[in-house]
Design a protein around this ligand. Structure first.
Ligand SMILES: N[C@@H](CCC(=O)N[C@@H](CS)C(=O)NCC(=O)O)C(=O)O
Length: 153
């Protein structure tokens, strides 16, 4: 008790649980979510490609988090997706991959197809905090957690 994460039966540390929950929320609540690092050229390239196509996205730089939990978040991303590197990009709840996969998916139409199609498993895993709007899979924008930065450039 005390930190809101106690009494879980899993062996995962509380901090990892919190990070995993945050990651899932961000993926579920943002049509396009980019986990990045501020100095990462692959991240800059992928974000530029999204911008070029007027695809709006949210991004989080793991290396500049005031909370200092970037490494834990990166571990959570690895556990969820099998991918450790950044950028780690999601569209409509689907894991796209890194920069290369994103550029490929943008070029061959798969990205937009996933974006506009059925929500992926990460969207479906959004936590139910009791504020679900009836009959809607849309995620209320006002529930987006805070630590998101504006798109670069
Ligand atoms: N092939 C990957 C390369 C991505 C990559 O190497 N990213 C570096 C940062 S620039 C990375 O994540 N390194 C490991 C780390 O920062 O923990 C892609 O296309 O996204």
């Amino acid at each position: 008790m005390g930190n809101g994460f106690s009494s879980q039966s899993s062996t995962m540390p509380a901090t990892s649980k919190a990070a995993t929950e945050l990651v899932k929320q961000l993926i579920a609540k943002n049509r396009v979510m980019v986990f990045a690092k501020s100095y990462c050229p692959y991240c800059h390239r992928a974000e530029a490609a999204l911008k070029e196509r007027n695809i709006k996205f949210e991004a989080m730089d793991l290396d500049t988090r005031k909370e200092g939990d970037g490494n834990v978040i990166q571990e959570s991303l690895l556990a969820l997706t099998g991918q450790r590197t950044v950028p780690n990009i999601f569209a409509n709840g689907h894991h796209i991959g890194g920069c290369s996969e994103t550029l490929d998916a943008l070029a061959n139409g798969k990205f937009v197809e996933l974006l506009e199609g059925k929500p992926g498993k990460f969207a479906a895993e959004k936590s139910d905090k009791g504020s679900a709007k009836k009959g809607s899979d849309e995620i209320p924008a006002d529930e987006t957690p805070t630590p998101i930065r504006e798109a670069r450039m």
